[in-house]
Design a protein around this ligand. Sequence first.
Ligand code: CO
Length: 441
Amino acid sequence: MESVGDIGRAEPEGPSESWSHQTAGSEAVDDRRSPSPSLEQNVNRRTFVARAVSFIGLAAVQGLTPAWAAGQPIPPDDPTRVPGSSPSAYGQRSTFEDVRRLVSSSHSLTPLHRLHGVITPAALHFERHHNGVPLIDPARHRLLIHGLVARPVIFTLAELMRFPSVSRTAFIECSGNSGEEWREPKGKTAQETHGLTSTSEWTGVMLTTLLREVGAKPEAAWMLAEGSDAAAMTRSIPLACVLDEALVCYAQNGAALRPEQGYPLRLLLPGWEGNANIKWLRRLELGAAPWMTREETSRYTDLMPDGTARQFTFVMEAKSVITSPSGGQRIEPGFVEIRGLAWSGRGRVSRVEISTDGGRTWKPAQLQEPILPKCHTRFRLSWRWEGQDAILQSRCVDETGYAQPTREALIGVRGMNSYYHYNAIQSWKVLPDGQVLNVHV
Ligand code: CO
């Protein structure tokens, strides 16, 4: 059975990455007060070359390959002495930055533990494809809306962009996110345990606008959404549940959708499991009953303890994860800011609580404004760690009053047969040497 369970192992988060940054920074010397500019420039050039050589030599000895030792530009000792580079047509991140997705054959994981704020950079938004990322010419792409409608219509992208445009920020989470954690604490990092969720600002046209245009009939209760990928990914959507918020999107974080996010067109159903947010959207058919497609019968159902299966479980329930300190990281004694993300497919996060003793006591975390519905919400709590045993947990309560369950409580209801919709409280154990591990408590 195909699943998102084949989560690849992370490359080790060794100290080498930050080491190269710190060394480059500590090598910089502020010599702006030197009395002789010309002499200073000569000295600078010599020391600059010497330092560069010595650093590359050191890196070679230690088996390290900082980005700029591997053919990248070498930064000057004093960037105020050298004109910088010219403007560019399309920006790139610093060559010192290497934050990346963790890629497997059918998905990639967002590096939640290395990001800030709540917006996921489009280039780091998680992926889940059912048969690869299609190459689509937007000029030839069409959206057909038909079925129980007065006027079937084929829209071009340009026609869709003429309709009133709406933007909203929303998370998308794969219902398989954290599914591997059901049986054992498998993921080594927050990226591995929780990386199938991301947040973007999405822009498009309201589904209701398009349904008015085609004259949706009153008996239309379900909508089939179909992608133009090589899986022709299809899901049946109960219309009444999504009309308030569903968007047909062409943009993400201010620019056209990324190819892996559905370029040039995707469905956005805020708060609903990722696969229902059909990417590369080419067809919406209105009908009276669900179509019972492959991805809602043999896949994306939840087997319960009594042998029956939950079907059409769309809403992603409240969940949270501490992203720092988190698995694979190592903390130093003293002040530690505990940071993380919380979200709920039912609305706003109303509060997050943090335990440092494995759930015996809880403290309220501070929430970063704005707290948007169906959106990642950043939380934090100041903490002192002096080498004591600690198990860090976060739990999220959403505006409906729903509280993120413990693993025991979740299993008590759902049993051990399920894979999707695992939203239990995550535990990170801090060892006496500061190393952080994924554990079940
Ligand atoms: Co589901």
